[in-house]
Design a protein around this ligand. Structure first.
Ligand code: NAD
Length: 421
């Protein structure tokens, strides 16, 4: 398949192969799960405000729907590839199963640098992409959500376009919508909060008390990074190192997270020019002398060289696939020094609240923010401890344990359903 040569897809497949070996997975199930079910490739033409037409490469990859409809975000980024989206769709399958949600795995992406386009251009792009996908998505089939470069407004345009084409309102076609059209309270904050919940649980497991001396370094200060930062500062830790695509900053006294967020809102979403810290490189943020490291930007950020230099005690992987296979090998060797909460577990808060949103929408009964956060915390803590249990049982690394738990649930469902025809 087209995705076979993509490094991110190869990484997802190699991880899967290693885990299926360790867990002695049924060979017929393994051969099926190595590849996504289906990929939709679209050339999306968009009329720009100046009258020109630009064409964008866009994808939706559906990895597996054995346990329920395909579920996964849509990413707008300048370097999106089919292989990356395919890898992310596979990780979504394991993540949903690991969290025991009745959902499968999918992912979408459009190759575009969204900050360079106007609101109207992004709206036209989103609507055309949705109309091309109308036969393949839906509340019982495939339910997109926000990811890097997309947000509740973009979900609202998807929901509206899909509804216009169907002839009636279909809020359940996406999650991560604004609350005015059936979104869930707490969805925007969910991934970052979830990262913090699992890291707090990891600290408990390590008998490490999080307090005023705890330093947190965060790579990527977007949705996930900023909400993780808010939660960590709420429990008393100091956010000392932050970065985004424009560079890094350090402030050993701790950043005022709310102030950083307000600055970024006024500054086209970037940290550039923020003066309450000293400028450092993006790499220095990753390798900072901080107790907790949250990679919350993009994939393949921690390679073997960076992994060897890390100085943290706990990593909570907010991003998807932030650690390369080679980087992970080093982290495995350093397991006694650094505890890794792997991406499929750490960042599953988003899809968990997406699931709550889908359930609330189907029942037309909406929960309070307090209820959402309480349920999210319960689900994240339960999943963390289930993974820890598998880790102890099989004497394996946390990432392997998380994948064993997710893959095993998908495999059992596949074996129960059997192969059609
Ligand atoms: P976002 O677009 O809101 O933020 C991404 C941030 O990363 C931005 O601040 C950007 O400037 C920064 N960044 C990009 N490249 C960087 C680099 N090389 N160094 C430092 N910073 C860099 O995206 P998001 O929604 O916060 O997603 C971040 C990651 O979390 C992605 O890997 C995404 O797949 C994953 N994730 C997101 C969700 C969600 O609900 N949003 C759920 C699960 C996983």
């Amino acid at each position: 398949m087209e995705w076979d040569n993509d490094p991110t897809f190869q990484m997802a497949q190699r991880q899967f192969d290693e885990v299926s070996e360790v867990m002695n997975l049924d060979k017929n199930v393994a051969i099926r799960l190595r590849e996504p079910d289906r990929a939709i490739l679209i050339s999306v033409p968009v009329r720009m405000e100046d009258g020109r037409v630009e064409v964008f490469d866009a994808y939706r990859v559906q990895h597996n729907d054995t346990r329920g409809p395909y579920k996964g975000g849509i990413r707008y980024a300048h370097d999106v590839t089919l292989g990356e989206v395919a890898a992310l769709s596979m990780w979504m399958t394991w993540k949903c199963a690991l969290m025991n949600l009745p959902l499968g795995g999918g992912k979408g992406g459009i190759r575009i640098e969204p900050t360079k386009y106007t609101r109207l251009e992004l709206q036209r792009l989103t609507r055309r992409y949705t109309s091309e996908l109308v036969a393949f998505i839906g509340p019982q089939m495939d339910i997109p959500a926000p990811d890097m470069g997309t947000n509740p407004q973009i979900m609202a345009w998807i929901m509206d376009t899909y509804s216009q084409l169907k002839g009636y309102a279909v809020p359940g076609v996406v999650t991560g919508k604004p609350t005015t059209i059936g979104g869930s309270l707490g969805r925007v904050e969910a991934t970052g909060r979830g990262v913090a919940y699992t890291v707090l649980e990891a600290a408990k497991h390590l008998n490490y008390t999080i307090g005023a001396d705890t330093k947190v370094a965060i790579q990527g200060f977007g949705n996930v990074g900023s909400h993780a930062a808010l939660k960590f500062s709420k429990v008393g830790a100091k956010i000392t190192h932050i970065s985004d695509h424009t560079g890094g900053l350090v402030n050993l006294k701790g950043f005022n997270v709310q102030d950083v967020i307000e600055y970024m809102t006024k500054n086209n979403g970037t940290l550039k020019g923020y003066t309450e810290g000293d400028v450092i490189s993006q790499t220095e943020v990753l390798t900072a002398k901080a107790d907790i490291l949250i990679p919350a930007a993009t994939s393949s950020q921690i390679d073997d060289k960076i992994a060897a230099k890390l100085q943290c005690r706990i990593i909570g992987e907010g991003a998807n696939g932030p650690t390369t296979i080679e980087g992970d090998r080093v982290l495995k060797e350093r397991e006694k020094e650094i505890f890794v909460v792997p991406d499929v577990l750490a960042n599953a808060g988003g899809v968990t609240v997406s699931y709550f949103e889908w359930v609330q929408g189907l029942q037309n009964f909406f929960w309070s923010a307090k209820e959402v956060n309480r349920e999210l915390s319960n689900v994240m803590i339960k999943a963390f401890n289930e993974v820890l249990e598998v880790k102890k049982q099989h004497n394996v690394y946390m990432r392997t344990a998380a994948q064993i738990l997710g893959i095993d649930r998908v495999a059992k469902a596949m074996l129960a359903r059997g192969l059609y025809p």
